[in-house]
Write a protein that binds this ligand. Structure first.
Ligand code: PBG
Length: 313
């Protein structure tokens, strides 16, 4: 028998700059663990449909579907996603194998005016997120929000073109794209609570990927503390039946053997906000997320969800 040659890990990714940064981050990490890698770029619906708001494209997983198809047909071994963009329930034949160590989780204000401060005077703020739009309406009722879609460079180009005074983005993407110098303001985590999964990179594979390969990949890529936090946040999202079009938010943090979860929902006009906090042992992270969702729903979250669904229908 010939000596076994290790076949390279084929890493599937979208082609945006942030997606490629993430794929190269995975590639570097795997190479450091002694594996060979190959990056395969795949275009998704979310990359092509740029003229519609995300919540109006409708289909769940606009950034993930094509990658998942390639996992199934075996043309890639793993798919790399921003964890935030992965649907709360993934298809039966696939699994989330690893979550890489999280970047800082907060949102930032990006402007060409370094002195820009939210709430001073008449301002037009670009965002494509219903969560950020609702929170702006609540905490800065005088700002005017405007739709801002596209990948990070596209959004920054629109800002440069003068369509907005500033835009809201996740710090993680901004730092990874080296736009830090344009940060005018860091938004506090107690008001602008991030979306579930923000700042982490998720690794998805087919369940039938050979077990040995799965274990090698998981060992190299998975960051246990991040994985626990994401398990809680994603269980919350799943129980809320959220998806990216619903302004829910969730942030888990660890304190020793304990996971603390803060999560809630905000109405589209920003007037109603429900926020709950619960803690549990790290072995109960998913149950914690589910419990917290039930608490939010029973305290009026169900009404907010229903009115959002009606408004969008
Ligand atoms: N929905 C787009 C998206 N997906 C992940 C990030 C940022 C990076 C991250 O959270 O990992 C962004 C852009 C943004 O929200 O500013």
């Amino acid at each position: 028998m010939e000596a076994a040659t290790t076949t390279p890990v084929r890493i599937g990714t979208r082609g945006s700059r942030l997606a490629l940064w993430q794929a190269h981050h995975v590639a570097d990490t795997l190479r450091a663990a002694g594996m060979e890698v190959e990056i395969i770029t795949i275009t998704t619906k979310g990359d092509l449909v740029l003229d519609k708001s995300l919540d109006k494209i409708g289909a769940k997983g606009v950034f993930t579907e094509e990658l998942e198809e390639s996992l199934r047909d075996g043309s890639i071994d793993i798919a790399v996603h921003s964890a935030k963009d992965v649907q709360s329930t993934i298809p039966e034949d696939l699994e989330l194998l690893a979550f890489m160590e999280r970047e800082k989780v907060h949102d930032v204000v990006i402007s060409f005016n370094p002195l820009f401060k939210l709430g001073e005077g008449k301002q037009v703020i670009g965002t494509s997120s219903t969560r950020r739009r609702s929170m702006l309406k609540r905490f800065y009722p005088n700002v005017i929000t405007a739709e801002c879609r596209g990948n990070l460079q596209t959004r920054i180009q629109k800002l440069k073109d003068g369509q907005y005074d500033a835009i809201l983005l996740a710090y993680a993407g901004v730092a990874r794209m080296q736009y830090d110098h344009m940060i005018a303001q860091h938004l506090p985590l107690d008001t602008f609570i991030p979306a579930a999964g923000q700042g982490s990179v998720a690794i998805e594979c087919a369940k039938n990927l050979p077990l040995e390969r799965k274990l090698d990949l998981k060992l190299a890529l998975d960051h246990k503390p991040t994985h626990i936090c994401l398990a809680a946040e994603r269980a919350y999202l799943r129980t809320m039946e959220g998806g990216c079009s619903i302004p829910t938010f969730a942030l888990a943090t660890l304190a020793g053997e304990q996971v603390n979860l803060q999560a809630g929902i905000i109405s589209l006009n920003g007037e109603e906000l429900i926020l709950e906090t619960l803690s549990a042992h790290i072995s109960q992270a998913e149950v914690l997320g589910e419990q917290l969702a039930h608490a939010v729903l029973s305290r009026g979250g169900d009404r907010i969800l229903e009115s959002i669904r009606k408004e969008k229908a």
